[in-house]
Design a protein around this ligand. Structure first.
Ligand SMILES: [Zn+2]
Length: 463
């Protein structure tokens, strides 16, 4: 550490107190630090992907505890979470007719497997749910392929989550989806599905964009498509793991808490660099940066690396159960879980607003009309972000892990990342460290550190 810099920051803190000038010093420090990039490098290189219930997740927890301690956080601990354990096993799809070839696939998370000898059937191309309903019984005994072009994640993800049961309702024996992502590099996307208990659980997988389109072309030229699907996927007993937690204790109101968070688990492919290694590092390094600069917050800053976001949200729910009695003291729970694109602002997820619907922004046009006190609160936060430019404060969703606490009355904050490249790699083998842009990560840490610093003032109110 540059001691001249430290002295300067002390002086500024003493002279100006909590001011936009101090925010500038914090931001500049973030831009000059190599630590966030290095820490994400370590996690993704030495642990790699880390699905709930896996040995890698256990390693990631140990890494999180050691890293928090090394960075000087206190009360470092894990808090018990019972997480599901879904294991992919081997999987493949062979095209049998009209010509033999291997198709590029990735089983959907939480899918059941096929019988050991595999499952062979004719593929029916389905455009959307309306089309499925028109086909009705015509899909019985067949394999449905929802070939839905990627327009938005929200639209595509519906087919991933409820497509398998919708197809099973009409007697389909397996379900394929066109990968719910924008990648055109033959890298299919996984993610959790959700079975409807009224219908049989059928195996489900994503096909790469290229191979979904190939099957469509074959179908459009009236060729009969037969495939053989093999999936060993299975669900084992729940596993005890934990949320990883560390703190900087507030100087004035230590019982008032600001949570900075991401989720430590990932899918079992790639390295979980963008989803959500970046979010974990942003939360952790923002706190560490303030610590290094000897900036003592008035309120406690608590870093939480959640377990099991991807296939259960057990980490978020366990946190709510354990901390129910102190949720009143949570000033805000911030989550970064949209990759490492540059943060342009923050969304405030205020309890009592319209009920959330996963994947749909319940706040419509995010209009603040008619709520001057809200505008004032947003402006008071945004003025500290002049230096970072991350000053677009709107109403909106916060994060999946913090949503159980928002439902219980706490304020959630989501980091609004530029997501233009996110769905090229999200939940795929391509979610790797090499795509992390260091300057963006430094900016992200800086803007979150400024927000944490701003929220740590006892005078800052959000609701
Ligand atoms: Zn995520």
């Amino acid at each position: 550490m540059n001691s001249r810099f430290l002295v300067t920051s002390f002086l500024i803190n003493a002279l100006f107190g909590q001011t936009p000038e101090m925010a500038k010093v914090i931001y500049q420090k973030a831009l000059s630090s190599n630590e966030a990039y290095q820490t994400l490098n370590e996690l993704t290189m030495n642990v790699g992907h880390r699905i709930s219930g896996s040995e890698n997740f256990t390693k990631a927890m140990a890494w999180g505890v050691a890293t928090m301690k090394a960075k000087g956080l206190v009360n470092v601990r894990t808090e018990k979470v019972m997480s599901p354990r879904w294991v992919r096993g081997k999987e493949s799809i062979q095209l049998i007719s009209p010509r033999p070839m291997n198709l590029t696939m990735l089983g959907l998370g939480m899918s059941v497997g096929t019988p050991q000898e595999g499952l062979t059937g004719e593929v029916v191309i389905v455009d959307d749910f309306d089309h499925l309903e028109k086909l009705g019984e015509q899909v019985r005994g067949k394999i449905v392929l929802f070939d839905v072009p990627f327009v938005t994640y929200d639209r595509s993800v519906t087919y991933r989550s409820s497509g398998p049961s919708r197809a099973a309702q009409y007697g389909a024996i397996a379900c394929l989806i066109r990968s719910a992502g924008s990648s055109n590099s033959n890298t299919p996307h996984t993610g959790t599905l959700s079975y409807d208990s009224r219908w049989p659980k059928i195996p489900a997988a994503a096909l790469s964009l290229e191979h979904a389109i190939l099957l469509r072309r074959m179908s459009e030229s009236n060729q009969k498509i037969i495939i053989k699907l093999n999936m060993e996927a299975k669900q084992l007993s729940d596993v005890e793991e934990g949320n990883v937690i560390g703190e900087i204790i507030g100087s004035k109101n230590p019982k008032e808490i600001i949570v900075l968070s991401g989720h430590l688990d990932s899918w079992d492919v790639g390295q979980g660099a963008q989803d959500d290694g970046a979010g974990c590092i942003i939360a952790l390094e923002a706190a560490s940066l303030l610590n290094q600069m000897k900036i003592v917050p008035e309120r406690t800053i608590r870093v939480v690396l959640f377990a099991n976001e991807e296939n259960g949200v057990a980490g978020g729910r366990s946190y709510r159960e354990r901390h129910e009695s102190e949720l009143n003291n949570h000033i805000a729970l911030l989550e970064s879980d949209s990759g490492n694109g540059r943060i342009t602002g923050f969304t405030l997820d205020l309890p009592g607003r319209p009920p959330r619907q996963r994947g749909v922004n319940p706040y419509g046009d995010k209009s603040l009309k008619g709520d001057p006190s809200l505008i004032e609160r947003f402006q008071s936060l945004a003025k500290f972000q002049e230096i970072s430019g991350a000053k677009a404060f709107t109403l909106g969703m916060s994060g999946v892990d913090v949503s159980p606490m928002v439902e219980a009355g706490a304020v959630g904050i989501g980091a609004s990342h530029n997501m233009s490249k996110y769905f090229d790699v999200h939940h795929t083998e391509a979610d790797t460290f090499d795509k992390i842009i260091k300057a963006d990560l430094q900016h992200n840490v800086g803007s979150v550190a400024i927000l944490a610093y701003t929220l740590s003032f006892s005078s800052t109110r959000l609701q």
